[in-house]
Design a protein around this ligand. Structure first.
Ligand code: KG4
Length: 329
């Protein structure tokens, strides 16, 4: 059978990334042009600045991705951009570029949901992984427990009712004086501390939903009212409390669905404490999957992998494809 090459394009937030993937599983190239140093001085992503930088980077990053993959435009089978969720102006750059390219080189256009992409990062790390499985999606914009029934069929079993877990990590980082992007810095500092501070954990009756606003506020107040508190202890206590809530709900989801595989995905799945605790769940009845660290945060390889599965399932988009900032799975 002929190999299928998908060109993934990711511009949903602050990474301009383009990748070429073979048959949904093999990375031929994955160029990631990060804007973190540009946004660092503002303490977070400035949407308008992100869009402008995507415009400047997209052509160059695409050429690099093709060169590294050793292919030309004519070799691509489908162009698969992220069309949501994300920052609307940032998404529009990738979507518009993909539409123009699709028109110019006469190749199919297949939109990809960014969350579907995060889940697909696992397919690039584990060639044997096949649906069905449960995926704990923990990122800067989303926190969900997803029943991945098939490559393009998903059921949301639980989701956050307020902040995404990544937002909570970034807020805690800012409160204790760590710079953007705070998640990885909380991860590092927590290793030097002890989880000895009691923090509130939110549970919902008969629901797998999450809430992280209570714990976030508690960290702000404790930090404000106790000038001598060890920041490392606060970070370790925060990580432990949120991880316990994640694991409780995941265990309920596994029981509810009788699933035998659990994957994690999204930027926060790079967190070393969460990875360790999730790995402890592995036993003869449950296999754990975790994407390579470099595939946890935003990248186009995961988008091109998800794009491949959309493409072979027959999904096609027209030139009226639009960016949808609040797109759901
Ligand atoms: O998946 P991602 O790159 O963007 C979205 O699609 O949302 O996730 C970014 C989030 C940020 O909140 C960042 O602080 C967090 O992932 N993050 C981490 C770690 N690495 C990235 N949070 C905790 N520990 C980490 N090691």
């Amino acid at each position: 059978m002929k190999d299928i090459l998908t060109l993934g394009i990711e511009t949903s937030c602050d990474e301009t990334s383009v990748a070429v993937i073979k048959n949904g599983r093999e990375i031929l190239s994955n160029i990631i042009d990060t804007q973190i140093p540009i946004h660092e001085k503002y303490g977070g992503v400035v949407p308008e600045i992100a869009s402008r930088n995507h415009v400047e980077a997209i052509s160059r990053v695409t050429k690099l991705a093709l060169k590294e993959a050793g292919i030309e435009f004519k070799d691509i089978d489908a162009i698969t951009p992220t069309y949501g969720p994300g920052l609307v102006g940032a998404l529009l750059v990738g979507v518009s570029y993909a539409k123009a390219l699709s028109f110019a080189i006469n190749k199919p256009l297949v939109g990809v949901n960014h969350i579907q992409g995060h889940i697909a990062a696992n397919y690039l790390t584990y060639s044997e992984l096949r649906p069905p499985f449960i995926c704990l999606l923990i990122s800067g914009g989303n926190t969900q427990i997803v029943h991945v029934k098939d490559y393009t069929e998903f059921e949301i079993l639980g989701k956050t009712r307020d902040d995404a877990i990544g937002e909570a990590f970034d807020k805690v980082a800012r409160v204790v004086g760590l710079e953007y992007p705070g998640g990885p810095k909380v991860d590092k500092l927590a290793k030097e501390g002890e989880a000895n501070i009691k923090l509130p954990k939110t549970h919902f009756e008969n629901s797998l939903d999450f809430s992280f606003s209570g714990i976030k506020t508690a960290v702000i107040n404790i930090n404000h009212n106790n000038k001598d508190i060890k920041k490392a202890d606060l970070c370790a206590s925060f990580e432990k409390a949120v991880t316990e809530v994640l694991i409780e709900n995941v265990q309920k989801a596994l029981k509810q669905t009788n699933a035998k595989s659990l994957a994690i995905a999204g930027g926060v799945s790079a967190n070393s404490y969460i990875r360790n605790e999730i790995l402890k769940l592995q036993n003869e009845n449950l296999k754990i999957y975790m994407p390579d660290m470099k595939l946890c945060t935003d990248n186009a390889a995961m988008i091109a992998s998800a794009g491949y599965y959309n493409f072979i399932s027959g999904k096609r988009d027209n030139l009226d494809l639009n960016a949808i900032p609040n797109l759901k799975l």
